[in-house]
Ligand binder design. Structure first.
Ligand SMILES: Nc1nc2c(ncn2[C@@H]2O[C@H](COP(=O)(O)OP(=O)(O)OP(=O)(O)O)[C@@H](O)[C@H]2O)c(=O)[nH]1
Length: 335
C-alpha cells in the first residue's frame, strides 16, 4: 500500500504550523506513525523548534530555501529518507511562498511514486489579510500568483484567524475562494482547529510497531546545494513562468548579540519601520526587563509574544520582498 501524503500549504503566517500540531495530535491519538517534512525560509529553524517543543517527531528539515524552487533534489532525497522509517502518513509543511503543485509533481518521481501517493493538499488562509494579499494593487504581483495557486490546487481550504474579522468579511473571503476553486472543502477556524475525520479517513497502521520515530537530519551540504541548483535551472527551463514558485522573497537572520538591549517595544518599533517590505518575522529573544525568553511571531499586521522553554541563542528571522539588507542591518544594530 502506498503511503498517503498530506501537503500543508498557505501564505506566510497563516497558521500552517498551528494546524500541523493539531493534526499530529490526532494522528498520535490513532496510534499512527507520522513522518514529517518541514521547509522554512531562512537558516534559522523556528518552526522546527516549535514542533520539537510540542512533539519530538520524525523530522527531515530543508533549511535555507523553498522546497519547490531551489531544493527539488533535496526534497526527493528527504522523502526517500523518511520512507525508511516506514511512516503510516507523511505530512509536508511548505514555506508560505511555495507552490504546492510542484510537491505533487516531485512525488511522482521514479523511486517515490510506487511508495507514496498524494492524499490531499490543505491550504491555510489568514482570514484577516488574505484579501489584501490577493489584491494586485496592494500586494506584489508574483506573490498574488503564488497565493492563487495555493488556493486553486487545494482539496481543503482552512480559513483561519476568524477571531480577527467580522462575519461580513468572511463572506467576502469565501466568495474570493469560490472564484478560484469551486471544488475545495472550505472550513472556517480559529487557531487552525478543524475536524480531521475526512483528511485521515482510510489511513491505517501498516506495521504493528507503535514506536515514536525521532530522527535528526543532516543540514544541506555544499555538494548537494550545487547539485540542486543545476537541477533547478533544468526544471525552470521546462516550466511556464506562472507555474513557478515565488522566488524573490528573501530571509534575513538578525542575531541578538547584546541580550540586555532587547525589549518588546523596541522590537515592535523596528518591525513597524520595515512593515512595507516585511511579510513575516519570528524569533526567540531574552527580554531582560521581563527576565524571560519569549517567542515572537509577526504575521500580517500583528505581533504575537508567546512563552517558550527554548534555551538556545536569541535571534530573529525576517522575511520580505527585496529587502534592503544593509539598511536593515544598520537599523538593527542601533535598536
Ligand atoms: N489571533 C489568531 N492568531 C493565530 C491563529 N492561528 C494562528 N495564530 C498565530 O499566528 C502566528 C503564526 O502562526 P503559524 O502557525 O506559525 O503560521 P505559519 O503559517 O506556520 O507561518 P510560516 O511558517 O511562517 O509561514 C502564531 O503566532 C499563531 O499563534 C488564529 O486563528 N487567530
Amino acid at each position: 500500500m502506498r503511503i498517503p501524503v498530506i501537503v500543508i500549504s498557505g501564505f506566510l503566517g497563516s497558521g500552517k504550523t498551528t494546524y500541523l500540531l493539531h493534526l499530529l495530535k490526532e494522528i498520535r491519538s490513532r496510534y499512527l506513525q507520522p513522518g514529517i517534512l518541514m521547509n522554512e525560509l531562512g537558516k534559522s529553524d523556528v518552526d522546527g523548534i516549535i514542533l520539537d517543543e510540542h512533539s519530538g517527531e520524525t523530522m527531515e528539515k530543508l533549511l535555507d530555501g523553498c522546497v519547490c524552487c531551489s531544493k527539488k533534489s533535496e526534497l526527493i532525497s528527504s522523502l526517500t529518507t523518511l520512507l525508511k522509517s516506514k511512516p503510516d502518513v507523511i505530512l509536508i509543511e511548505l514555506t508560505g511562498v511555495a507552490n504546492p503543485e510542484e510537491i505533487a509533481d516531485a512525488i511522482t518521481e521514479p523511486g517515490l511514486i510506487q511508495h507514496m501517493s498524494l492524499k490531499q493538499i490543505v491550504t491555510v488562509l489568514d482570514a484577516e489579510n488574505v484579501l489584501d494579499y490577493n489584491s494586485v494593487f496592494s500586494s506584489d504581483k508574483q506573490l498574488v500568483q503564488t497565493l492563487r495557486r495555493q488556493i486553486e490546487v487545494a482539496d481543503q481550504i482552512i480559513v483561519n484567524k476568524t477571531d480577527l474579522v467580522k462575519e461580513s468579511h468572511l463572506r467576502k473571503v469565501k466568495n474570493m475562494i469560490m472564484k478560484h476553486n469551486e471544488n475545495a472543502l472550505i472550513t472556517f477556524a480559529t487557531h487552525s482547529r478543524v475536524d480531521h475525520t475526512s483528511i485521515l479517513s482510510g489511513i491505517v497502521k501498516s506495521t504493528g510497531e507503535q514506536k515514536v520515530n525521532i530522527q535528526r537530519f543532516r543540514m544541506i551540504n555544499p555538494a548537494s546545494l550545487s547539485q540542486a541548483k543545476s537541477t533547478v535551472s533544468r526544471v525552470n527551463d521546462s516550466h511556464a513562468e506562472e507555474y513557478r514558485s515565488f522566488a524573490r522573497v528573501q530571509s534575513l537572520t538578525l542575531p541578538i548579540e547584546s541580550r540586555t538591549a532587547v525589549t518588546q517595544e523596541n522590537i515592535e518599533r523596528f518591525l513597524q519601520r520595515w512593515k512595507d517590505k516585511l511579510l513575516r518575522a519570528k524569533g526567540y529573544m531574552y527580554l531582560s526587563n521581563q527576565n524571560k525568553t519569549l517567542l515572537m511571531q509577526h504575521a500580517g499586521k500583528r505581533t504575537y509574544w508567546e512563552e517558550t522553554s527554548y534555551l538556545g541563542d536569541a535571534y530573529i528571522v525576517i522575511i520580505g520582498i527585496e529587502l534592503d539588507i544593509d539598511r536593515i542591518l544598520s537599523d538593527w544594530k542601533s535598536i
